[in-house]
Design a binder for this molecule. Sequence first.
Ligand SMILES: C[S@@+](CC[C@H](N)C(=O)[O-])C[C@H]1O[C@@H](n2cnc3c(N)ncnc32)[C@H](O)[C@@H]1O
Length: 286
Amino acid sequence: MHSPLPMDDGMFQHWQEMLEERIGITIPAERRSFLVTSLDQRMSEVGCHSYGEYMRLLEDGPHGAVEWELLVDHLTVHETRFYRDSAALQLLEDQFFRFIGRGDESRTNIDVWSVGCATGEEPYSLAIALDDYLLNHELENYFSVTATDISRASLATARQGIYHRNRLRNLPVKLLRRYFLPYDLDHYRLSRTIRDRVCFTLMNLVDVGDASLGKMDIIFCQNVLIYFKRERRAEIANSLVEHLRPGGLLILGAGELVKWRHERLVQIPNEDVVAFRRLPDEERAA
Ligand SMILES: C[S@@+](CC[C@H](N)C(=O)[O-])C[C@H]1O[C@@H](n2cnc3c(N)ncnc32)[C@H](O)[C@@H]1O
């Protein structure tokens, strides 16, 4: 039976440093066997027999760059589904959708960002929730969702908009009927109306400070910060705040960023959702 190559402490540390430096992700000691198995899988696929040989492949110019992407895909989990966090969607309705059209009438566009969007279920859920609200309330605002991820393969799947029914289990039936058509026995295809509202872009969160995305009304960042060290998580969240319009909402995953505060944000009290609202530019949090 095939068993993965052993990895001593020095080699583990070397991989940790390389992954941290190159893609920003952290592999803590307790996930060492996960790293070993993922590397083993990828090394078997490309026919490498030692860590040294695989590292040389990763450093091999354009081939190396492609290989990095494939490795990242093995090292990150793309687990997600439609309406995964329905409490957060409810909070968006209560704290944002309800105020659409009541404030600054000169701006009708609503901009949403799904950070670490994986195969698209999260950004499409946001688009569906918003579209459904606007239709039900006869509002004519335009909205667009920007969806970013480090995994090119996930983004390609996302763009197709075809999903196994298991991924749709949490979606209310009325929304399934309104926005999906059966594709084959087990799959559904999302309507073009919603697909056209979501723009998928490759982006490593490490580079979020340089991102040339505009200002957002809603930023959804769940189950992504877990890949980063604590200090780095706070830095990333601080950069996300720079992309938020006054009055805009930042939604994080529960427990992903503990005791983090920002002078431009107030936390929205909610038992199930970690959400913040950006203050007007002239105000600071107490
Ligand atoms: C578990 S999925 C979360 C999907 C979705 N946000 C949700 O909560 O259902 C984590 C996603 O984060 C992405 N990711 C991990 N590290 C990243 C990085 N440095 N930059 C951008 N995306 C990253 C992975 O590729 C993966 O698709």
